[in-house]
Design a binder for this molecule. Structure first.
Ligand code: AMP
Length: 175
């Protein structure tokens, strides 16, 4: 199953010069979606984790499925202002703009081992902000998994320097 053929590239979205790697075409493909989740689960099984965290919004779709398969709970990391309870927040730079993510203060318990899931790693800023929220909660981010990695942006470097294992299913290098 060649997952990369199921990713649609949309040039100049959401800004000129950005090659948007659209995973919705993979998600709507039954075998593609199953294969992607199965491969993420295979990586997830290599490390002992207590809980799965997913980043809004595409990380919820994948993270929820992976958490179910691993028999673990799911913790949402959301865009600013979306979580109803008391939160901690972290701002970060995107490939296009800046943003902030939040986590419920009590969602990750001290000492818990966390598996982080998102659809794509570009500069790594989002995942790094998520990792800081997990760390500030007292959790230990063991592994970060992505469907797509934009290799030339070297987003995995900061995570790996922090001792976090990083895996992606599909790599794009340039166009
Ligand atoms: P970054 O923080 O730079 O690693 O950006 C990762 C986040 O932004 C992910 O949640 C992606 O969904 C989104 N993103 C950034 N660049 C792209 C791109 N070229 N195509 C699709 N999604 C992207």
């Amino acid at each position: 199953m060649h997952l990369e053929t199921l990713i649609r590239t949309i040039p100049d979205y959401p800004k000129p010069g950005i090659m948007f790697r659209d995973i919705t075409t993979l998600l709507e493909h039954a075998e593609g979606f199953k294969t992607a989740v199965d491969r993420l689960v295979d990586y997830g099984l290599k490390r002992e984790v207590d809980v799965v965290a997913g980043i809004e919004a595409r990380g919820f779709i994948l993270g929820g499925a992976v958490a179910y398969r691993l028999g673990k709970g799911f913790v949402p990391i959301r865009k600013k202002g979306k979580l109803p309870g008391e939160t901690i927040g972290q701002s970060y730079d995107l490939e296009y703009g800046t943003d902030a993510v939040e986590l419920h203060v009590d969602a990750v318990k001290p000492g818990q081992k966390v598996l982080l899931i998102d659809d794509l790693i570009a500069t790594g800023g989002t995942a790094l902000a998520a990792s800081q929220l997990i760390k500030r909660s007292g959790g230990v981010l063991e592994q970060a998994l992505f469907i797509v990695e934009l290799v030339e942006l070297q987003g995995r470097m900061d995570l790996e320097e922090m001792g976090i294992e990083v895996h992606s299913l599909i790599q794009f290098d340039g166009e």
